[in-house]
Design a protein around this ligand. Sequence first.
Ligand code: PLP
Length: 360
Amino acid sequence: MATIHELPTPSVLVDRARVAANIKSMQEDCAAHGVELRPHVKTHKMVAVGRMQLDAGARGFTCAKLGEAEALLPSGVRRVFLAHSLVDPRQAPRIAALSERLDEFVVAATSGPQAVALDRLAGLAGRRLPVMLAVDTGLGREGVRSLADAQALAAQIGRSGHLELHGFYTHEGQMYSVVPGGQQAASDEALAKLASVRDAIAPGLPLWPGSSVNARRMARSGRVQAVRPGAYVFGDLSLSQVCRVMEPGEVALTVLATVVDLPEPGLALIDAGSKAFSGDKTPDGVHASSADGRELSVMRVNEEHGYVRGSAVASLRIGDRLRFVPAHVCTVVNLTDEVVVVEGESVVDRWEVEARGKVR
Ligand SMILES: Cc1ncc(COP(=O)(O)O)c(C=O)c1O
């Protein structure tokens, strides 16, 4: 049987047992509280992983782009929430096709002007589309900022012949900047804002918050109907080292790289740079850290070089092969055509990243 020792580098490795355990554990936490899991597929972009999520009980997928939803259809998914600001009339045929193929295709209303464009788009698609109204709960990205704006947007949706208010959502990505001890309070604050907007407009409609940092807290709250975490499926430094909501031993994706040079004391160069790790880093400036617990971190990247520093650099030799946990896993997966599936050091499968680069 092939092992990781025969693989070319850099290679992206996914530990099958760990990804299965992450899927099962999030699903069980949601099920225990009667909450639907609608995982965001931007993290894995793979039919194989989507199937595992659906088999475990996921209600449907959250997608950022139409191309992601289209590429993941072979998973057998029946429900998709497209959590992005759709405005382009050229997308009408694709929206019509997805609505036709799926049991439920839900879109996002993120502001008054966006909803004007969305209404036109739905008209061109010849569809009456269910919409989730976006509420900004602190990230400062899409979503209404005030109750007055939410009421105006809900009224606008109510007047539309093509849109129908389905519920309220937020992406509380600000949770990534909250220290672990403050996560419960920050999550409660986001939920209180989301719920207060819903209660003032349509108390019977569902709440769908979404972030891997606090998905379990939201599910436990007993006040939401679905959660939409994405990164939980693999984990990364952000979730395990910064937010500390996953154990390092639960992280399922690593990048295998080779030490290709030792140009000066304290510095090792590896053959994986921004084209393997992306440019994302933790607040401490770390692009990736050694998965074996040794103090070895990628502190800088060029396209095909990673600059590794840390106390264990002195022990490295040219040709050494190391597994690194990236700072942010979603952007890493989008850079590879396939992942190598491993059990321990054995290679057991390869999964294509079907939605890789599907950013349209
Ligand atoms: C709209 C939306 N929903 C859900 C998620 C998933 O959150 P996380 O990356 O914390 O898993 C994201 C992530 O960016 C998002 O943008």
